[in-house]
Design a protein around this ligand. Sequence first.
Ligand code: GLC
Ligand code: GLC
Length: 815
Amino acid sequence: MRYGYFSDEEREYVINRPDTPLPWLNYLGTDSYFGIISNTAGGYSFYRDARLRRLTRYRYNNVPSDFGGRYLYLRDDASGAYWSPTWQPTQSELDHYECRHGLSYTRITSAYQGVRAETLYFVPLGETLEVWRLRVTNERTTPLDLSVFSSVEFCLWDALDDASNFQRNYSIGQVEVVDDVIYHKTEYRERRDHFAYFACSEPLAGFDTQRESFLGPYRGFDRPIVVEQGASNRSIAHGWAPHGSHHVKVSLAPGETREVIFVLGYWENPRDAKFDPPGSQTINKTLVRPVIDRWRRPEVVAEGFQQLRDYWSSLLSVVQVNTPDTDTDRMVNIWNPYQCLVTFNLSRSASGYESGIGRGMGFRDTTQDLLGFVHMVPERSRERLLDVAATQLPTGGAYHQYQPFTKRGNDGIGSGFNDDPLWLIMAVAAYLKETGDWSVLDEPVPYDNTPGTETPLYEHLQRSLKYTLDRLGPHGLPLIGRADWNDCLNLNCFSETPGEPFQTTANREGGVAESVFIAGLFVLAAKELAGIAQARSRPEEAAGYRAEAEKMTGAITEHAWDGAWVRRAYDYFGNLIGSSENDEGQIFIEPQGMCIMAGVGLEDGMATRALASVRERLATEHGIVLQQPAYSRYYVELGEISSYPPGYKENASVFCHTNPWIMVAEAMANHGDEAFHYYKLINPSAREAISEIHRCEPYVYAQTIAGKDAPTFGEAKNSWLTGTAAWNLVAISQWILGIRPDFDGLVVDPVLPSAWEGFTATRRFRGATYEITVRKPAGVRGRVDHLVVDGVRTEGNLIPPAPPGSTVRVEATIG
Ligand code: GLC
Ligand code: GLC
């Protein structure tokens, strides 16, 4: 069952009923001012940090769900009837409803009793504000006197404190209302130099800034007293809950349309110019006023919106494909890169499942996210890499997370997740392959952000590899530490205390828990670093890394091959995990994917056998589950993984991040049909038709889909902020379609489903544009053995970089 449809032309998902199974979200903002917005205008906004600079309130885990938002109320002043043109919060029976989620904007249109309303929400490029553009049309045959009320609930900045410290917070709220603009200035009188403002393009009939005055005692947002009565109270908040509401009266002749613009924004004043007049307690508005006045103008708004559209067209033009499969095209060309950019900007901070107050930027998350956006924003990727690397510890280890505001490692979480540092090598390699910017390796970067400790970035990579080599266990496999990629495989934790966090609690000393996943990742990273060393004319160093990769491959073959698949780990006591010897958790997805991606077993048949085991034991109609059999009870020696009921999260859900590793592995093993089959199973667009089962947004990936052991098999959860986005884009664009940047140029090496007869693609790469045509007779499998580049036959599949500005025609024939 569908709740809408894709408009590929407009790059929008069009939702045509408000009661989607879950709130279907979109994001506003591209740079420093962000918001989440649901299909019924729920959500909130913040400046840079979703916890520390929260502008508006949202109530997670509330009933009804999705509460707090960018709300409007329309009131027919003749009859007194009122409704929300975005359905929430009044939930009136609209005669027509449509929400279009586009790239960094959302437009909700509705009709009610002959009044049509369209509200466009977006954040203009380079601004720290959001625009709501309401267009109302009187579709009746009689004149209409309409009242428009706006409503936002201000957050007192620190979202965690705002939701808990009521003994203080009920007494600190402050606002100013000057020239019809509402200013929220809680704590501005003392240590803050920022405030929020809420303005409207029209003269006001009234306003309210105290929530209780707007709503009336014991009332909810579904029936504010002010809207019911049709008149604002001009309330000024002193403490309690500062609120922003404008009242605008609009008279519309039959057929007439009017535009009303609301601007909600964030502003920082210089410390020494906070007040006007100096010495007073009044906000100095001289700097912000021109900005407010500008964005109240319809032509400025129209132009700003067009600029946003152009920005996205330009970003997406880097990779555009035209394949026989619509789900592939729309994910690769539109939604998957969009989701990657959102994860780049938001990491794991703010979504329908991440409350914006919890997590910093994960070291491994950020470095993997980079794989999905480096081609679109190379300069920002460079900066991000240097930020992450600067949190690395002198040992080569890494803080598991860092804070986006301070860019410092997070002591609360600490380090010791032994896969973390290796991802830095993967990210830097991806950056170098995309950009050819070798100078990044010479950038001086400190350790633990400590001035004076700088070394070239290159040395950070060397130390990352050494970190693993310094921590090998009895089988020559890497010690796992707190956990590897699977945060819930906590083999040294032994937690028996309720509520104790598995990731941060004191670990038991003296164990020998080893990770085969890290072993695979090490092989891959060592080969990448060898490639980098080679390119930097350090052939001996490169040979050394290759030798280490060989040695680790040997350890995997000797100690981790279980006969039909690769084992997962050795536990604290040296017992096997992910082996046929185990009762539960006999086979895990991660080591199969990672080891094969690293090239382990591709030559001796191990890879093919392991992939067959994945197909037999892990693949389901909703994707590949993480392990089998699911853990049916808590195993203290395994940790959090066994804390989840079977079929959820790390305990045998389809953990979507891992599925593309198998897609890549299948492609490397020349299995185009299998790779693409797995790709389609979790492709959100391909799952649109079963939205009542999938339940999450059909335009973005979710972290998990409940596995076959769960009663809700097929139900997705934790959409939007997940490493799944980056890896799926890598799997489809670089391995299945096979257009892959490498150190020395662009590789074209598709591994296609046999039914396909080829595809075309445009790829911008290091300033040149490649027009690629791949041809293949239906039914044929195989790889390209030569390319025709601008009419000239080139052996192999690598195209050396062309001069910037040039257009290169590439033809590839398979079979
Ligand atoms: C979450 C974490 C990620 C981890 C994964 C598997 O997505 O953000 O770092 O690798 O779970 O546990
Ligand atoms: C929980 C989640 C896991 C995540 C970890 C760290 O354990 O199951 O996915 O990586 O928290 O936040």
